[in-house]
Design a binder for this molecule. Sequence first.
Ligand code: ATP
Ligand code: MG
Length: 491
Amino acid sequence: MKKEKREFQIPEEIGEVSETLRRAGFENFLVGGSIRDLLLERVPKDWDIATKATPEEIIKIFPKTFYENEFGTVGVVNEKTEDETLKTVEVTPYRLESGYSDARHPDKVEWGKNLDEDLARRDFTINALAYNIEKKEILDPFGGLEDIKKKIIRAVGNPEERFNEDALRMLRALRLASELGFALEFETQKAIEKNTTLLSRISSERIRDEFMKIILSDSPAIALELAARLGILKYISPEFEKGIGMEQNQAHAYSVWEHLLRTLDHSARKKFPPHVRLAAFFHDVAKPHTRVWKNEQWTFYGHEVVGAKLTRKIMGDLKFPKELTDKAAKLVRWHMFFSDTEKITPSAVRRVIRNVGENLIWDLVNLRTSDRIGTGRPKETPYRLRKYKSMIEEVLRDPISVKQLKLNGADVMKLTSSKPGPEIGFILEILLSEVLENPNQNDKTLLEKRVLELHALEPAELSRLGKDARTKNETEEEKEVGKIREEYKVE
Ligand code: ATP
Ligand code: MG
């Protein structure tokens, strides 16, 4: 077996687990994705250790462990660390699997005698590396180091056999391609193309988990394009295939499918949250259902309404949680808020906010930005979009008004035993202008005292002060709005 000396920065917590095993007489290695990630200078999501010890032996030598699976994996718990990836270290006896009659689960899991057997059952060469922490040495039986250098994902052994053992590996290959920016080795690709139907035996939940990892990767389009080309896409949902090569109108340089990929990739580059990325990928999914040739061009009326329904259907089939589905579907439903025929007025903006909800309004704007980039239009924030953002902030903010006083018109009337009339308004405007100068003045007792003082003034004097205060307050309000508009560089 090929060996190579390498020094890595291994977290102390991992080193300790390995050392404890070694002192108890059990050979052990760091295995799986963490070595791949160390070599690529990526932060490992989890740390796995493979060892000669049996589960019972592992449990005996650590103070706190849990063991609740049929694979022999023992979670070694470290309560001292704050780092989520180090809280439990998965320690697994060398494994040897045999017989996969359902392309899903090994019929029985047996403990292997040595590391070679354990590495041989792993999916890809880049994941079949082991590291001896004590000797600072990488073990590489299948050429994983070379494949990492070449940025290639290659199945360990015969790819067709490996995919027949566990069909999910096909999706894992695509997911890794997106996460790492790697290419699929030719034989591995061919084997996927030939064996796609095996995926029908994989549960929606497992497909969903890989799909979500693709969506959350830096370049989701890599995996999804491969999925389309190799015939896997329909196992995520048959809906997406309908947009492949589907021509749109002049405003779009790309087909429906390519536009969805570009929109999603932009939202990933921008590191937008999961629901925005999902909405980016789903937003035009219903275009194939709504396409009509009219006035010399293709139209897609109502695609956002049908799209929201399809989003719920697809995410439901994949067993996505309800909350995430709701958010994504809502964004899809309202993604057309920026239509050309609609003027950007405060009431139009208020309507959009009411529809999508205050919590999603900025996500909707981000979806819109991604949508534009996905269309191939160069500028991310043209004037109209900036105007929209400014208007949203204006509508969402609390305007400067007597409503923010800790006392209202009824209080003033009661305090001064007066009837409704302009005097009440004058008093409130004066109080507001004073509170704007000195926010500490917005205190019920202080305000009450001041009401009595103002009430004692000559009516003409009160009217003059009241009108001045109103003008001043209105100017303050305009200044606040002006600041927002300046920030967005809009009129
Ligand atoms: P991640 O970055 O998502 O943690 P990973 O490659 O570490 O990626 P895990 O699911 O943590 O993936 O699995 C750890 C290791 O177990 C893999 O690197 C691989 O060696 C092996 N493995 C996981 N799933 C399979 C599978 N379906 N078939 C064969 N080996 C697998
Ligand atoms: Mg891992």
